[in-house]
Each structure stands twice: as structure tokens, then as C-alpha cells.
Design a protein around this ligand. Structure first.
Ligand code: ADP
Ligand code: 5GP
Length: 210
């Protein structure tokens, strides 16, 4: 039975390349914040570590986890399956640890709809501009122009989901963005005042989508 001493759940989603993985890693350096490690059927990237970045599994194992109802949420993203198993998350929350999720909008919707008794704060991260997003994707996925093109196309669709999140934050300067998210989490957990301008975000989304 969840209590006041339980941890909170913090979800970060974004169009690919906007910086959510970087931000989740930064947030996890705070005391008592742990990243939820997802399962995926995608192949590991050269810089990724098994059981740290992801639990890399094949399709059969992923299906077995679905059939055993072990997932809190799962979704197909860019031709691969990704999912969060329930037990590690609930165990952490019950121990008072805060859990960070780097998941897409489909997973965020599923967790929201579960209406668990734990506090949930959802963030959608946006790039300062499409040009900068293109630069970041090109730097990260340097060898694969096709991936960059595909993810830029997907941006137009992904960005539309901003409206379903508690907060939308623009990742221009990394330190500023990190600090903004930390302050909003703090304000949410202490009922403090929030420095958040929805109109500014609405205008930024308009600029990104014209
Ligand atoms: P996502 O997880 O949203 O796909 P990443 O966290 O992998 O995005 O970030 C994409 C790339 O942009 C990475 O190479 C990362 O180092 C870089 N990056 C992230 N945030 C910033 C920032 N504020 N300024 C410059 N580069 C950034
Ligand atoms: P990547 O392959 O770049 O690591 O991740 C691709 C997308 O899958 C990102 O939007 C990431 O947030 C999302 N993702 C990663 N893990 C999960 C998960 O467990 N569930 C869901 N729904 N999405 C995930």
C-alpha cells in the first residue's frame, strides 16, 4: 500500500535527439533518484552497456514478458519494442526512491492511465529549433544519415504530444534546462510556486511546427 514516504515517478519524453537521455542521466546524479532500466528488442549501440542502458532481449523474450503481464507499460517505437517491467519500479518506489523514466509518449500515456497511488510528474523536452535538433541528431548518429532523416520526419508527429504533459521544457542550454526541471520537481513535491509560462511554450511549439 503506497504511503507518503514513497518515492515519486518522473517521466521525461521528447522527440528523438532533444536531449531526454542526457537530462535523465543528469537528474539521476541527485540523491535518491534512480533510472528505470527498460527492456528493448533493438540492437545495442556501440557505446551502450548491457543491463545498464537497457536489458537487450530478443522478440521471444519480449513476448514472454508481455504474456506474463510483467510490463507496467510497453510500446513499439521505430520498429522495435520497448517496455518497463513493473516489479523493479514498484520496489524502488516503496523503498522511498524516486524513479526516472526515459520513455516515449505511448508509455507515458499508459502509466498516466494506470493512476497508480504514487506521485507522477511528466516532462516533455523540446529542442530550441529544428536546425539545432538536426545538428544534435547528426552529431550523435553521425554514421547513419537515414536514421537522422527518419527521426527528423518523426519529429513532426512526436511534437504534437506536448499537450499531454505536466510541463514542457526547452533544452537550449543544458545546465539551465536541468536546473529548470529540478526546480519544477522541487516545487511539485513541496507545493512551492512554479516558474512556468504555458503561453511561451505554446508559441515555441508553433514556431517548431510551421
Ligand atoms: P534523446 O535521448 O532525446 O534522443 P540525447 O540525450 O541522446 O537525446 O541527446 C542528443 C544529442 O544532443 C547527444 O549527442 C547529446 O550529447 C546532445 N545534447 C543534449 N542536450 C544538449 C544541449 N543542451 N546542448 C547541446 N547538445 C546537447
Ligand atoms: P532509443 O532507441 O533512442 O534508446 O529510444 C527510442 C525511444 O524509445 C525514445 O523515445 C525512448 O524514450 C523510448 N523508450 C525507451 N525505453 C522505453 C520504454 O521502456 N517504454 C517506452 N514506451 N518507450 C521507451
Amino acid at each position: 500500500m503506497p504511503t507518503k514516504n514513497d518515492g515519486i515517478m518522473v517521466i521525461l519524453s521528447s522527440p528523438s535527439g532533444a536531449g531526454k537521455t542526457t537530462l535523465v542521466n543528469l537528474l539521476s546524479t541527485q540523491d535518491n533518484f534512480e533510472i528505470s532500466i527498460s527492456h528493448t528488442t533493438r540492437q545495442p549501440r556501440p557505446n551502450e552497456t548491457y543491463n545498464k542502458d537497457y536489458y537487450f532481449v530478443n522478440d521471444d523474450e519480449f513476448k514472454r514478458l508481455i504474456n506474463n503481464e510483467e510490463f507496467l507499460e510497453y510500446a513499439k517505437v521505430f520498429d522495435n519494442y520497448y517496455g518497463t517491467t513493473r516489479t523493479p519500479v514498484i520496489d524502488k518506489l516503496n523503498k522511498g526512491q524516486n524513479v526516472l523514466f526515459d520513455i516515449d509518449w505511448q508509455g507515458a500515456d499508459q502509466i498516466k492511465n494506470k493512476k497508480l497511488d504514487y506521485k507522477l510528474i511528466t516532462f516533455f523536452i523540446l529542442p530550441p529549433s529544428k536546425e539545432i535538433l538536426f545538428e544534435r541528431l547528426s552529431n550523435r548518429d553521425m554514421k547513419d544519415k537515414l536514421i537522422v532523416e527518419e527521426r527528423m520526419k518523426q519529429f513532426e508527429r512526436d511534437v504534437l504530444h506536448w499537450i499531454n504533459y505536466d510541463y514542457v521544457v526547452i533544452n537550449d542550454n543544458l545546465d539551465d534546462c536541468y536546473s529548470k526541471i529540478k526546480k519544477l520537481i522541487n516545487a511539485e513535491t513541496t507545493n512551492g510556486s512554479k516558474d512556468y509560462d504555458l503561453n511561451f511554450i505554446r508559441k515555441h511549439v508553433e514556431k517548431l511546427t510551421i
